[in-house]
Design a protein around this ligand. Structure first.
Ligand SMILES: Nc1ncnc2c1ncn2[C@@H]1O[C@H](COP(=O)(O)OP(=O)(O)O)[C@@H](O)[C@H]1O
Ligand SMILES: [Mg+2]
Length: 286
């Protein structure tokens, strides 16, 4: 299910306040099965952009096409859109409210028309995909779980509706390094099973290691988009006004100052590791 975004503009207008241009002439497309990262400083328009893609609000001008159909066309079926696109809000764990984990995960399936048994199967599948032992956790209160576990339950709730496009707003914000890593692996697994993933994040390392394509927003404008590695190479060459470079690029630069000259094309850990192997031990195994 491809997404095509054309000349998107969004202006917040509120009484007694000046207008805020949150998005300015943004255009790009996303192919089926892609893993797209969206990066940029706070306030650059990331959340606004994904809310528009999920159809929660309509653009001031411009178009969003899903499989060739304009989702803001007055004849477009918004309910069908909700089934296709799942949006995981920032800190989704705050939205858990049912008495048991299984009820919470099943909530989004209330009006799905699925049988009780089919719902139970979906819930089990979603919880297991998010790394839970179904029998252990299903009857527990979500309130008794850890922060990271609550977030996984909340994501299972969105996953249970089987969206073909899953959008995450800062999914690893506030998690410790171990939690971040396992979370990213869950998201990666969901993507590998065929779901298109769009992930908004501040975390350069996460975007660098996991997203296949990357969009960079700056003050509402799309300043870079393309293959993640290529985007980071270009960002590295730009001025210091950009959101940042990857940890591996930083290490390459630190090593350069110590007279170890690796390729300036290195972007991620895998590239760094193989360049270091070549440099230090002639490509052999460590
Ligand atoms: N509900 C709102 N009303 C007015 N301005 C808003 C609202 N939400 C966001 N903004 C403004 O729009 C711009 C983009 O915000 P947002 O999309 O939340 O950025 P990000 O997610 O990248 O931090 C910011 O200047 C922000 O202050
Ligand atoms: Mg945001």
């Amino acid at each position: 299910m491809s997404i095509k975004i054309e000349n998107l503009n969004y202006t917040y207008r509120q009484h007694f306040m000046e207008e805020i241009d949150a998005l300015h002439d943004v255009s790009f497309s996303i192919e089926d099965g892609d893993f797209v990262g969206i990066m940029g400083h706070t306030g650059c328009g990331k959340t606004t952009l994904i809310q528009l893609i999920a159809g929660l609000t309509s653009p001031t001008s411009g178009h969003i096409y899903l499989d060739g159909e304009d989702i803001n066309d007055k004849n477009y079926d918004r309910n069908a859109l909700r089934e296709k696109i799942g949006l995981v809000f920032q800190y989704p764990e705050y939205q858990l409210f049912e008495t048991t984990v299984e009820k919470d995960v099943a909530f989004g399936l209330k009006h799905s028309g699925l049988s009780k048994e089919a719902v139970a199967n979906r819930v089990q599948w979603a919880l297991e995909t998010m790394g839970f032992e179904y029998e252990k956790v299903s009857k527990q209160s979500p309130l008794g779980l850890s922060g990271g576990e609550k977030r996984r339950v909340a994501i299972a709730g969105v996953l249970a509706t089987k969206p073909r496009i899953l959008i995450f707003d800062e999914p690893i914000a506030g998690l410790d390094p171990y939690g971040r890593q396992s979370f990213l692996q869950f998201i990666s697994k969901i993507n590998q099973s065929g779901t298109t993933v769009i992930m908004v994040s501040h975390n350069v390392e996460a975007l660098c290691e996991y997203s296949k394509r990357l969009m960079v927003l700056d003050k509402g404008k799309l300043i870079e988009s393309g293959d993640t590695k290529e985007v980071f190479k270009r960002l590295n060459k730009r001025s210091n006004r950009v959101p940042g470079v990857t940890p591996s690029q930083k290490i390459v630069s630190l090593l350069y100052d110590r007279n170890i000259h690796l390729s300036s094309d290195i972007v991620n850990y895998q590239d760094l590791l193989s360049a270091l192997k070549d440099e230090l031990i002639g490509g052999g195994e460590i």
